[in-house]
Design a protein around this ligand. Sequence first.
Ligand SMILES: *Cc1c(COP(=O)(O)O)cnc(C)c1O
Length: 522
Amino acid sequence: MTMNNQGRATSAGSVNENEMPTISGDRGLQHEVSLIFELGRLGMTGVDIPEVQMSDARLGGLRRKGPVGLPGLSEPEVIRHYVRLSQLNYSIDAGLYPLGSCTMKHNPRLNEKMARLPGFADVHPLQPQQTVQGAFEAVSELMKWLTTLTGMPAVAMSPKAGAHGELCGLLTIRAALEARGEKRHKVLVPSSAHGTNPATAAVAGFTVQEIPATEDGHVDADAMEAALGPDVAAIMLTNPNTCGLFEPRIKEMADAVHKAGAYFYCDGANFNAIAGRVRPGDLGVDAMHINLHKTFSTPHGGGGPGAGPVVLSERLAAYAPLPLLVHDGNEFRMIEHADEATDGAKPFGRMCAFHGQMGMFSRALTYMMSHGADGIRQASEDAVLSANYILASLKDVMSAPFGEGPCMHEALFDDSFLEGTGVTTLDFAKAMIDEGYHPMTMYFPLVVHGAMLIEPTESESKESLDRFIHVLRTMALEAKAGQTARFDGAPRLAPRRRLDETAAARKPILRWKPKALPEAAE
Ligand SMILES: *Cc1c(COP(=O)(O)O)cnc(C)c1O
């Protein structure tokens, strides 16, 4: 990226070569957005504040010598700046967002309305407990839904995301093993697992042993059973797995794990494929996080906010972290200290300062109560139907490594259909941006070469899916026919073209430096 003399950011080739550049640098409604520091002028302000009487006496000679250099803008400049930035961003409110594993489903506006009720939105975690009984009741109701849907007796509500929930689950397992006086250091993780699984096991102090996948995209149950022994603390399994397939031997694996004295952690990020149909507790799961921001429609993106409650089996429930929400007779009470815990609870510690994400809790509960048990089941079924529609409609032109049988909520393709075309998975995904789509998940799961993982979710209409399928079909056919122009250097129509993502990750420039501040006014 370079700066031209108006201070406008331009990147090489940001305008289609065949397009006549505009005088303004903007392209229709797509505006170039300057940094707020470039827009701002010293001394400008959007508010009218009375002149401050400065008293040097109280500053001990430390009075600032020059302007602080904050950008000064008028209110309309600030509003336009942020609105334009937001318009450069793709979102589920703008269109189909097929990012596999991430479950970008529509966040119903009723959720937003409920989350904004003052009794949910304005509570403070340090408020006296008697004043937040209604909020506690809502959290308790959500806990009831989560334990009922999963068939598990307990749930820890405080983890703030899926990965945080994984950590909570493994720390609970560690506490249970310590209580048994056992030192088991190993966690078995399939090669198809989400990267957070091995990372979590390592952070929780375990060593990771990888379990291979079979030719048909399942976890190799025989290899897993062979790896079990007195040193294994747990397995971490995703079901449906990251290839979008249900693990048919899951019960058998759970039994073997328990027989070996280990625990079964299930990565519940894909619960949206089975909620209302299968209870993980019945499959032998001991701990599972639930991404409220995936399965239960609370918004996510850009790294947060999220919520990852962890359901726990009878074997682990006692070790759930603080705080514990209990109901004593007529009143809810939040237990904040281990020595106040009752009913044999031995909390391992706590995951975060306070109690979890109230805004996500109220949205998820609204989603559940507005759908009802039958609606949740239908959402899962429709998500699976949408994915199968995509798989069946595209597998003759895009290669589907496990395309024979039905899939669950995600359709997985590999890059063998692009062999010899010179087009890569990355090129294909970038060309989707020009077509107005966010790319699918690329190069994950790692067990599939050049993976393209598509999760349409139940939110999309048939018309929307048909349009998406038509675009991908045409792209695949063109690539195979040697018409690769649209893939070369795509995206062509986005505000920025292909960025050097490696350089951005390895050598990030995180600080904007002003050219020069005006001379200090003595
Ligand atoms: C999203 C996801 C996670 C992590 O969840 P976060 O809420 O993003 O931390 C873990 N495993 C799988 C399979 C996922 O899709």
